[in-house]
Design a protein. Structure first.
Length: 575
C-alpha cells in the first residue's frame, strides 16, 4: 500500500532510470520549490549529466517522456537547464490520502534501527520550587521524549535531581543554626525547607565562616555522616514530592527519579579511572583534568574539590558511565539551558578520554531563556523569579476569563479541566513554536488567544472539526475525490506528514511540528470555507470531504500529543 507520494514516484523513476541505463541513485524527487509550476521536481538529470558528461536537457527529456506515460502523472515538463517538473493526477493524490486515512500511524514511519535513548531533562534542585527557567527543559524534553518514542526508539527519561551539591550542606547548617541540632529536621515541609535555603543563601553570601561550615557539612554528608544523611533523605523526599506535582501538571514524564547523589559511587570510580589512565592531576588540593585548548580556552574539569567533595562535573561524568553500563544507552540527550554548553562540552570530552561511553552519542540540546517584554529573563511584577506554579496559575486565570458560566451540560469541574488543558497547551505551544536555541518573550497578552499561532487556536481547530464530524453523523466517509484547488492543497499538505515528523525527529526540533500543525489547521480552514460537507455537490463528495476532515482532526490531535498538548473534544467560549 503506497503511503508516500515521493516514495511511489521515486519507485517509478527508479524503473525508468534502469530502463534508460541511468544510475538509479539519482532517481529522487522532492516537493517542488515552485508549487505554481509542479507538485514535485527531480533534479537528477543535472547531476547525472555532470557524472556522465552528457547533455542534461536530453537526459531529462528522455526520462520525462517515459514518466508521462504513467497513469498517475498528470504532466511532466523539462525546464531550465534540465529540471524535471512533475504534476500528479488528482486521483493519485486521492488514493494516497485514502491509504493514509486507513493507516494507524497515518503513514508515519519508524526508524530503521531503533536506539536506546536516555533523556536527561528537568534538573530540579532540592528545596527550590520549579521556576520559569525549568519550564523549557520540561516542555521541550517531554516533546522530544514523545517524538523519539513515536518513531520507535526506546526512551528512558531521568529527572537528574540536583540533590548533592553545596546547597545541601547550606540547608543542614541553617537548620542546625536555628534548632541547635537536626532532631526536628524530619518534621519540616517544603515551604519550611525552602525558607531555610533562602536564609542560608543570604547568610553564606555575607559570612565566610557560614560558607565554610556549609562546605564542611556537604563534604561530610557526601562521605556518609549518618546523621546528615538521615536529615538529607527527608529534604530530598519532600522536594521530590513537591516537584512531582508540578511535572504532573505539565505532563512531563520521568521513568527514573535518580539524582546527582546516585552517582556518588560511580564518581569515585571516575576519579580512579582518571588517575589510572594518568589523565588527572592535583591542582591546589583539587583533582582536575586539563583539556586541550583547540581554538577557545577551556577551563579544566574539576573532579574532586579541594575539600574532598565531588564537583557538579564529576557527577555528570559518572552518570554517563551508569547510563551506559546499567541502562545500555546508545544515545544520551540532555535538554538543559544553553548557558551550560561549556559544561557539557567538557563533560563529553572527558567521557571520551576516559573511554566510558564508546560509540555512545552524547547530545546537549541547549535552549534559550524565557524572557519578559523587556527582553530580560522573565520575572514577576516585583522583579523576583517567576515560580512555575504561579505562571501556570496566571495562565489559567487568563483562560478562565474567556470561559462561559457552568451549566447543566458543562459543569464547573468540566470547565476547570478544560481551563487547565487550554492553559497548559497555551504555555507549551508558545514555547514549542520557537526554535529551541533561541530565547523567546513570554507574551502575557497573546499566548492564550484563540486566534494566531497559539495552542488554543489549534485546539479550537480540532474542536471545530469534531463538531463538523458530529453534524455529519449520517454520512459515511468514503474515497477522497479532489474537486477544487483548496482540496488539492490540503491533500498535498497532509501527504507531508511523515517527512515532517522525521525531520522533527532528526533535528530534535519540535517547532517543525508546531509549524506544520499551524499551517495544516489554516489550510483546513481555507479548504472548509469553500468545501461544504453537508451541502456537497454529491453524496460521494460529502463522503470524501468527511474523510479528509477526520484525517486532519486525527493528525492535528496526534501531533499535539507529540508536543505534549491535549486536544479537548469541545472548546467553550463566553458568548
Ligand atoms: N540541577 C542543575 C541546575 O539547576 C541542572 C541539571 C542539568 N542536568 C544535568 N545532567 N547536568 O543547574
Amino acid at each position: 500500500m503506497d503511503l508516500s507520494i515521493e516514495k511511489t514516484i521515486n519507485q517509478k523513476l527508479h524503473t525508468i532510470f534502469q530502463e534508460l541505463n541511468l544510475d538509479p541513485k539519482f532517481a529522487v524527487v522532492k516537493v517542488s520549490d515552485r508549487p505554481d509550476l509542479s507538485d514535485l521536481q527531480c533534479n537528477g538529470a543535472l547531476a547525472l549529466a555532470k557524472q556522465e558528461k552528457k547533455n542534461p536537457r536530453e537526459i531529462a527529456q528522455a526520462i520525462a517522456s517515459r514518466l508521462e506515460q504513467d497513469a498517475d502523472i498528470e504532466k511532466v515538463s523539462v525546464d531550465g537547464p534540465g529540471f524535471i517538473n512533475i504534476s500528479l493526477t488528482d486521483s493519485f493524490i486521492g488514493r494516497i490520502i485514502d491509504n493514509l486515512s486507513a493507516d494507524d500511524r497515518k503513514g508515519c514511519e519508524k526508524v530503521a534501527s531503533p536506539k536506546k535513548i536516555v533523556m536527561d531533562f528537568g534538573g530540579p534542585n532540592v528545596a527550590k520550587s520549579l521556576h520559569v527557567g525549568h519550564l523549557r527543559s520540561a516542555v521541550i524534553g517531554e516533546s522530544i521524549r514523545r517524538i523519539e518514542t513515536f518513531v520507535g526508539n526506546e526512551v528512558i527519561s531521568d529527572v537528574h535531581f540536583g540533590d548533592w551539591g553545596t546547597p545541601m550542606g547550606m540547608i543542614l547548617a541553617e537548620i542546625i543554626n536555628q534548632d541547635g541540632n537536626l532532631s526536628k529536621a524530619e518534621s519540616y515541609n517544603i515551604e519550611e525547607i525552602s525558607a531555610f535555603y533562602k536564609k542560608a543563601n543570604i547568610r553564606c553570601k555575607e559570612d565566610e565562616t557560614a560558607k565554610e561550615t556549609a562546605r564542611v557539612i556537604t563534604a561530610e554528608l557526601q562521605n556518609g555522616n549518618p546523621e546528615y544523611r538521615k536529615a538529607w533523605q527527608h529534604l530530598r523526599k519532600v522536594s521530590i514530592d513537591a516537584v512531582k506535582k508540578n511535572y504532573d501538571e505539565l505532563e512531563a514524564h520521568f521513568d527514573l527519579w535518580l539524582g546527582e547523589s546516585d552517582a556518588h559511587q560511580a564518581s569515585s570510580d571516575i576519579v580512579k579511572i582518571a588517575a589510572d589512565k594518568g589523565l588527572s592531576e592535583i591542582d591546589d588540593g583539587a583533582t582536575i583534568i586539563r583539556l586541550e585548548e583547540t581554538n577557545k580556552p577551556k577551563p579544566p574539569v574539576i573532579l574532586v574539590k579541594s575539600d574532598g567533595g565531588f564537583a557538579y562535573q564529576v557527577t555528570d561524568i559518572a552518570t554517563i558511565k551508569m547510563r551506559v553500563d546499567d541502562l545500555n544507552a546508545d544515545e544520551i540527550i540532555y535538554v538543559v539551558d544553553k548557558r551550560q554548553s561549556l559544561h557539557f562540552e567538557q563533560v563529553f570530552e572527558v567521557a571520551q578520554k576516559l573511554g566510558i561511553a564508546p560509540n555512545v552519542n552524547l547530545l546537549h540540546i541547549g535552549f534559550g531563556t524565557v524572557n519578559g517584554a523587556d527582553g530580560k529573563p522573565f520575572k514577576t511584577r516585583d522583579g523576583g523569579v517567576m515560580n512555575l506554579e504561579d505562571l501556570i496559575k496566571l495562565s489559567k486565570d487568563k483562560v478562565r476569563e474567556s470561559m462561559p458560566e457552568p451549566d447543566k451540560q458543562y459543569n464547573a469541574a468540566y470547565i476547570e479541566n478544560l481551563v487547565s488543558e487550554i492553559a497548559i497547551g497555551a504555555i507549551k505551544f508558545q514555547d514549542l513554536k520557537n526554535n529551541i536555541a533561541s530565547g523567546y518573550v513570554f507574551d502575557l497578552e497573546d499566548f492564550a488567544k484563540f486566534e494566531g499561532k497559539t495552542g488554543p487556536y489549534i485546539q479550537y481547530a480540532i474542536a471545530r472539526i469534531n463538531s463538523i464530524i458530529r453534524k455529519a453523523e449520517n454520512i459515511k466517509s468514503g474515497n477522497v475525490i479532489i474537486t477544487n484547488p483548496e482540496e488539492r492543497t490540503l491533500a498535498l499538505k497532509i501527504a507531508q506528514l511523515n517527512n515532517t515528523v522525521m525531520r522533527a525527529h532528526e533535528s530534535k526540533e519540535p517547532s517543525i511540528l508546531s509549524d506544520y500543525v499551524y499551517t495544516l489547521a489554516q489550510t483546513f480552514s481555507t479548504f472548509y470555507n469553500v468545501s461544504s460537507i453537508m451541502n456537497a455537490e454529491s453524496p460521494e463528495i460529502a463522503a470524501s470531504r468527511l474523510r479528509l476532515a477526520t484525517l486532519v482532526r486525527d493528525i492535528l490531535a496526534m501531533l499535539l500529543n507529540l508536543l505534549g498538548i491535549k486536544s479537548p473534544e469541545v472548546m467553550l467560549k463566553k458568548a
